[in-house]
Design a binder for this molecule. Structure first.
Ligand code: NOJ
Length: 555
């Protein structure tokens, strides 16, 4: 493992770069690249088989070398780990499995010294059932914290008050025998939902945000932000006529009364104002909604999330026309000034290599890193990690345990980061909490660092190019072609113009290009063996190949 250099001269990040004449300078979360770390699986430093903060600190050199700008850590707070940290029992501490507050401070200091921002995961929708707030709330009907959660009398037959379903299977209502009422939980029964209509809840959570922002955290990714407010009339959700067995049970109703409620935007605007009490911080929202609903989360006059996560590529069929259409739809749905962002994978969804095939990973990397807006890389994506098959006795994910056998399990995309050829791929000296990929001895950071044609080096080259050519992050987007397996688009910023050509298939493709886009030179080719090649009137791409082409300035 590389030793960490805790204090070095900060890099000049593109964050500080001024925009071209007449344009406001872009901020770090617009020009930068986010990197999601699932802390349990990144690096174990103390030999317990679970990753931790000291492990992340030790691996900062990888992230610096990769060239990303900000890290988002999935939850590190004290938790019974029923949902691996998304069930929080103390919002202002660190779970001992991950380390201590001092460890976090050390990570923040070292990351900042390298010019890297650090975002935490804020989980405001629900707590653990072991959080003192819930323990108080359930202790009696007249406890002052009773209304901090969503309690309801049983239906006349004694059953749950509504047909609302848990994302993780079964009713979303759990009877509390002690007080004779049900509480609502959008996820596990061990994750009771807070009542965001209660001003005391809001104010407590805003203080949590201030606690971390004051400590130097650069912003939050907010868990299930579109779930925060539920219908105050407790109306049943309508049935979903498109649901069929084999799909998660929660999808058998349409969640019109349990998520994406109009009042949620007022809450998000309040969160945004808390973030803005501090300089240069960011608010990112986790939102799974169709594009036209998603973009409402920028808020009226951009008073909402800076970045409502755009997950459109997570589900999209990997077909040129579909992808091109999706980009167009997203670009045209954005509100004026709304900053785009793109995601290929996260800790809840199958890894991109498992969805589209390993051979397409270079093309996917080029797409992610050449679209307008902020890209997010999920740990291991840069070396092409794919989902690992989890033997039944190693399953840890409560979603898979509750709803088995239909492929909802998330363990496969959360396996240990593959660092080297050593034991557990360099992740831990102990048996890791989830199995290491069988091919980790081959597909790892160490091997790929030494191979110029590797995926890791393609990521590095593309990220370096983004740094020197602001056109890639900020330039306008113009679709040129989408036919067969080929997508071509042009990015422009001032006089700088870059064309991106991607072959989403196994057959070679070519395209005649005319006019202002006909001449240029390849800046980055997918395999690294065509960099510098001239393009004159025709683009030719081999199987699964892509190219980023610097266009000659128009005469
Ligand atoms: C979304 C998170 O990404 C997921 O991992 C978690 O299980 C649920 N929210 C519940 O917090």
């Amino acid at each position: 493992m590389d030793a960490v250099a805790a204090a070095t001269t900060p890099r000049t990040t593109p964050a500080e770069a001024a925009g071209p004449a007449g344009e406001p300078a872009a901020t770090w979360w617009q020009t930068g690249i986010l990197y999601q770390i699932y802390p349990r699986s990144f690096q174990d430093s103390n030999g317990d088989g679970v990753g931790d903060l000291a492990g992340i600190l030790a691996r900062l050199p990888h992230l610096v070398e990769l060239g990303v700008d900000a890290l988002w850590l999935s939850p590190i707070y004290p938790s019974p780990m029923a949902d691996f940290g998304y069930d929080i029992s103390d919002y202002t501490g660190i779970d001992p499995v991950f380390g201590t507050l001092d460890d976090l401070d050390a990570l923040l200091a070292a990351a900042h010294a390298h010019g890297l921002k650090v975002l935490l995961d804020l989980v405001p929708n629900h707590t653990s059932d072991r959080h003192p707030w819930f323990e108080e709330s359930r202790s009696s009907r007249d406890n002052p914290k009773r209304d901090w959660y969503i309690w309801h009398d049983p239906a006349p037959d004694g059953g749950p008050p509504t047909n609302w379903l848990s994302e993780f299977g079964g009713s979303a209502w759990e009877l509390d025998p002690g007080t004779g009422q049900y509480y609502y939980h959008a996820f596990l029964d061990k994750q009771p939902d807070l009542n965001w209509r209660n001003p005391a809840v809001r104010s407590a959570m805003y203080d949590v945000m201030r606690f971390w922002l004051g400590r130097g955290v650069d912003g939050f990714r907010v868990d299930v932000i579109w779930h925060l407010i539920k219908d105050d009339q407790f109306r049943d959700n309508p049935p979903n006529p498109d649901w069929h067995p084999g799909r998660p049970p929660v999808e058998s109703v349409v969640p019109v009364y349990t998520a994406d409620r109009p009042e949620v935007h007022e809450v998000i605007a309040e969160m945004r104002r808390v973030v803005e009490e501090f300089d240069s911080r960011v608010l990112i929202g986790e939102i799974y909604l169709p594009i036209e609903r998603l973009v409402t989360y920028y808020g009226t006059d951009l008073s909402g999330a800076h970045l409502p996560f755009n997950f459109a590529l997570l589900n999209a069929p990997w077909e040129a026309r579909r992808i091109a259409r999706l980009i167009d739809e997203y670009e045209s749905a954005l509100p004026p000034g709304g900053w785009p962002n793109w995601v290929l994978g996260n800790h809840d969804r199958p890894r991109v290599g498992s969805r589209i095939g390993r051979e397409q990973l270079r093309v996917a990397a080029m797409l992610l890193l050449t679209l307008r807006g902020t890209p997010t890389i999920y740990y291991g994506e840069e070396i092409g990690m794919v989902d690992v098959a989890i033997p039944p006795d190693r399953i840890r994910d409560p979603f898979e345990k509750n709803v088995p056998g239909i492929g909802v399990g998330r363990d496969g995309c959360r396996t240990p980061m593959q660092w080297d050829r050593g034991e557990s791929a360099g992740f831990s000296t102990a048996e890791p909490w989830l199995p290491t990929a069988p091919d980790a001895g081959q597909e790892n950071v160490l091997n790929q660092r030494g191979d110029v044609g590797s995926l890791l080096n393609l990521y590095r080259r593309l990220i370096a190019l983004r740094r020197t050519r602001p056109v890639l992050g900020r330039g306008s987007y113009e679709p040129i072609a989408a036919s067969g397996d080929l997508i071509v688009y042009v990015r422009s910023l001032g006089r700088d113009r870059v064309m991106v050509a991607l072959n989403l298939g196994a057959e070679p493709v070519s395209l005649t290009v005319r006019g202002a886009v006909s001449n240029g030179r390849i800046l980055v080719s997918a395999l690294g063996d065509r960099d510098g090649e001239e393009v004159t009137g025709e683009i030719y791409l081999r199987s699964h190949e892509g190219a980023v082409i610097g266009l000659d300035a128009a005469a």
